[in-house]
Design a protein around this ligand. Structure first.
Ligand code: NCD
Length: 294
């Protein structure tokens, strides 16, 4: 997406925020969205559903592959062909990287990637950008992305977007979980400023935002590799005292143990606000896709 397209989505999201806060709307009335979730989800699925229903639309779908014909051996391509005939758009989460791109070739309706394995999670990025815009600064933001940068799809999508906003990006991970080199070279080519380190302490004083991530246990081919890196980072009140008072803490959630719950009460903690912003942002995405403002 271009910066102009992203800025437009964020602007529309801002206009739709009252609906996300509970005003009943009808911008999506008569629209039906298929939520095909082949992997667990809480926020992404429920915020898409909330966005749809608060704007008068409706959803169909499944939240685990066991409850779909996948368990009878149906291919993703066939499922997409069929569901395209039922719904006005498809929202797909799948454990395989590239699944959304593949599925889009069989879909006759717009298809939204709600996470493809360790690949991408573009709507999460849109709500992350919206959070930076509302709670900190987006243009020129200095941001530390901390944790599993190898398997974490949210950070893959996020760095591409940040490279459009003159961001200074600090990548903080154990060496085994560093950002894939093709992603780093892509964003460098796009003009991003990138620094890689293994320690939060190195960067915490400088940044406007700290984006913590979960170690993606389910993506490790070998459980002993996971055991080696589990608990690599833990953001505590004490560590956060080194940051500027205005530095915000973000996390796509779910959190495991990488943020001490004591941080929740600090004014810097914005991760629950961030997950709320998924509603207006996904409202904006759905409305724009459905041509509501044309
Ligand atoms: C993320 C995901 O599914 O990639 N969750 C989310 O959508 N907010 C992050 C994660 O699972 O760690």
């Amino acid at each position: 997406m271009s910066k102009e397209e992203i800025d437009y989505i964020l602007k529309v999201a801002e206009k739709l925020e009252p609906y996300a806060r509970g005003v009943q709307g009808d911008l999506l009335s008569g629209k039906l969205f298929a939520m095909l979730f082949y992997e667990p989800s809480t926020r992404t699925r429920l915020s898409f559903e909330t966005a749809t229903k608060r704007l008068g639309g409706d959803v169909i779908g499944f939240s685990s592959p066991e409850s779909s014909s996948f368990s009878k051996g149906e291919s993703l391509a066939d499922t997409i062909r069929v569901v395209s005939g039922y719904a006005d758009a498809i929202i797909l989460r799948h454990p395989k990287e590239g699944a959304a791109l593949f599925a889009s070739q069989y879909s006759t309706v717009p298809l939204i990637n709600a996470g493809d394995g360790a690949g991408h999670h573009p709507t999460q990025t849109l709500l992350d950008l919206y959070t930076l815009h509302k709670e900190s600064t987006l243009e020129g933001v200095k941001i530390a992305l901390v944790g599993d940068l190898k398997y974490g799809r949210t950070v893959h999508s996020l760095v591409y977007a940040l490279s459009l906003y003159n961001a200074k990006i600090f990548l903080v991970s154990p060496p085994e979980l560093s950002m894939p080199s093709h992603v780093v070279s892509d964003i460098l080519e796009r003009g991003a400023t990138v620094h890689e380190t293994t320690s939060i302490e190195d960067v915490i004083e400088e940044v406007d935002a700290i984006y913590m991530t979960r170690i993606q246990k389910e993506r490790f081919p070998d459980p002993s590799e996971y055991q080696r890196v589990v608990g690599s980072y833990r953001l505590t009140q004490e560590l956060l005292k080194m940051a500027k008072p205005t530095t915000i803490v973000m996390h796509p959630l779910p959190r495991v143990d990488e943020i001490d719950p004591a941080v929740d009460n600090m004014p810097n903690a914005k991760y629950f606000q961030q997950s709320f912003y998924g509603v207006p942002v996904r409202m904006a995405v759905l409305c724009i896709l459905m041509g509501v403002f044309d």
